[in-house]
Ligand binder design. Structure first.
Ligand code: CP
Ligand code: NVA
Length: 323
């Protein structure tokens, strides 16, 4: 393969923060830049393979919770870019239990060029970033899921183009995925509304920060309890599990609370005719999302999952200063 010929043509590198911890940390310009780089890297990959931008670089992947997409897509992203990823299971690391987070960060910084971590408490990813001298990527915390949001925005732009008048309706729990999606919508100027049962709202702080971002882009950010009103005029209907990892003991209570919040054929028919249906996965089929909708013509759940690979290549390339 002619490595030079395969180099992606992208705009000059924008200033990036050391770490990728939350969407709100990045400017709209930086997010757009990551989306363009992801698109270029995706094209390059399907045209014969990526140039080895990350040759000689290693990524430690620290997991406190299970994962399919995040683990495999980061591992393959590193491999496609000529680097190496290593999976560190909850049992191996014992983040903050076997060893303090500060010590784990400082030890890993001497072995690898980057750390991706999936944690329970968002403070733990902040602590890891504080003590690490290499970039830290948030692979999901209880507060947010920024890598997911970047892949989601890539998927939405692939469907609708780089338009700035879109409405994204999130139906369900005001969880980590919802927070990052709301922030990326605000950054890109897309209206965002969430319909959730009382008691399952996003934090007032998360909504307030989205409103502040939206002030600059003119996006409308709103919250309501009626899913039917939320999907009126929506171009994107998004849902996620009603019970996130770590909340399993609340599952029965949540099933009851969210009973009227299922994304089914009826709800989808109330949105725009060409609306797409999204879910970060794993899906609890016939709970938050029916089989009919998940496997229907408007669903983009698998291209969306596949875009994790391409979006994360852009994050890795920028953080490692390789593109
Ligand atoms: N969407 C997502 O992050 O999936 P995993 O939990 O399988 O990584
Ligand atoms: N909200 C879900 C997302 C899984 C990718 C959870 O935290 O379990």
């Amino acid at each position: 393969m002619d490595v030079q010929a395969m180099q992606v043509a992208v705009s000059p590198k924008l200033m990036m923060k050391k770490d990728f911890l939350q969407i709100a940390d990045f400017s709209a310009e930086e997010i757009q830049d990551l989306l363009e780089l992801a698109t270029a890297l995706k094209k390059e990959y399907f045209n014969g393979g990526n140039a080895p931008l990350l040759k000689g670089k290693a990524l430690a992947m620290v997991f406190q919770k299970p994962s399919l997409r995040t683990r495999v897509s980061f591992e393959m992203a590193m491999q496609h870019l000529g680097g190496h990823a290593m999976y560190l299971s909850p049992a191996e690391i014992g983040l903050g239990q076997r060893e303090s987070i500060a010590d784990v960060a400082r030890v890993l910084s001497g072995y690898v060029q980057g750390i991706m971590a999936r944690v329970f408490d968002h403070e733990h990813i902040l602590e890891l970033a504080k003590w690490s001298s290499v970039p830290v990527i948030n692979g999901l915390s209880d507060y947010n899921h920024p890598c997911q949001a970047l892949a989601d925005a890539l998927t939405i732009q692939e469907k609708f183009g780089k338009v700035n008048r879109l409405k994204v309706a999130y139906v369900g729990d005001g969880n980590n995925v919802a927070v990052s999606l709301m922030h990326i919508c605000a950054k890109l100027g897309w209206d965002f509304t969430i319909a959730n049962p009382i008691g399952y709202e996003m934090s007032a702080e998360a909504i307030e920060s989205a409103k502040q971002i939206a002030f600059e882009t003119d996006a409308k950010i709103s919250q309501q309890t009626n899913p039917h009103e939320a999907v009126q005029g929506a171009n994107v209907i998004y849902t996620d599990t009603w019970t996130s990892m770590g909340q399993e003991e609340e599952s029965a209570k949540r099933e009851q609370a969210f009973a009227g919040y299922q994304v089914n054929h009826q709800l989808v028919s109330e949105a725009e005719q060409d609306a797409i249906v999204m879910h970060c996965l794993p899906a609890h089929r016939n709970h938050e999302l029916t089989d009919e909708v998940a496997d229907g013509l408007q669903s983009v759940i698998f291209p969306q999952a596949h875009n994790r690979l391409h979006a994360q290549k852009a994050i890795l390339a920028r953080l490692f200063g390789a593109a």
